[in-house]
Design a protein around this ligand. Structure first.
Ligand code: JB3
Length: 217
């Protein structure tokens, strides 16, 4: 952390792999970072990157009263966004501010809109006119070309490429290394398997995979 930076503290909700992925960006933005684990998890050891585990979900009201006023959901999602949704609702209803976290190495055009709770990872690119909803994940090295619309709780996995004007419905997961043709529409609640090549629209609530990408169930 740069010396002289303003005191800023944040809780990371969930201390596993996705937390580890997000932590480096968070440490470049915040002076104090604590991890909050699930109520069933022991909290007697250091979390990812040696960050302290400061409590469990049941402690969130107390931690807020103690001055932890920002929180970020760091459980990931691969096709099931229920836990991220539940935790996002919980912290916002307790009054926590949930910022967007954008890694300093991400490249984002000036008119891109990124809503609360969304993570933009290392070397991700979002080009002009694109919009990303709440609590989404644009993971490492993903490319979101111009004028794409990405819904709430969507996960665009590492290295996926969305060409221009692609629309992705909420809760959808696009697997690592996939490519999506320009102007495609991918529904809500969809899982696109890794390495897929999407050349046609995909309806809601299906799994699809392959090159060319086809609905599998
Ligand atoms: O592939 C990539 C780049 N990232 C993966 C990510 C998308 O999904 C990553 O490799 C992981 O496999 C996976 O990360 P995630 O979601 O962090 O899963 P996992 O590594 O299993 O860790 C889950 C963490 O959430 C653990 O620390 C759990 O204790 C914690 N957890 C589970 N339920 C919870 C709850 N934490 C809180 N606060 N509340 C809960 O209800």
């Amino acid at each position: 952390m740069e010396s002289g930076a303003a005191e800023r503290k944040i809780l990371l909700i969930g201390g596993g792999g996705h937390c580890h992925s997000v932590a480096d960006a968070v440490l470049s933005l915040y002076t104090q970072v604590g991890i909050v684990e699930g109520d069933a998890v022991q909290q007697d050891q250091a979390g990812e990157m040696g960050l302290p585990v400061v409590g469990r979900d049941c402690d969130l009201p107390r931690l807020f009263a103690e001055g932890w006023n920002e929180a970020f959901i760091t459980v990931g999602s691969v096709g099931d966004t229920a836990l991220r949704r539940r935790l996002f609702k919980k912290v916002t209803s307790l009054g926590y501010y949930v910022p967007a976290i954008i890694d300093p190495t991400a490249v984002i055009a000036r008119d891109v809109e990124v809503r609360d709770g969304t993570f933009i990872g290392k070397r991700a690119v979002l080009n002009s006119g694109s919009r990303v909803g709440r609590c989404a994940i644009i993971n490492t090295g993903a490319i979101i070309e111009h004028d794409c619309v990405i819904g709430d709780f969507v996960h665009i996995s590492p290295g996926a490429v969305l060409c221009g004007e692609v629309v992705v419905g909420e809760d959808t997961h696009i697997g690592a290394g996939s490519a999506v043709r320009q102007q495609s529409k991918i529904g809500r609640g969809v899982i696109v398997g890794m390495g897929s090549v999407v050349v046609k629209n995909i309806p809601d609530n299906v799994r699809a995979w392959g090159s060319p990408c086809r609905v599998v169930d």
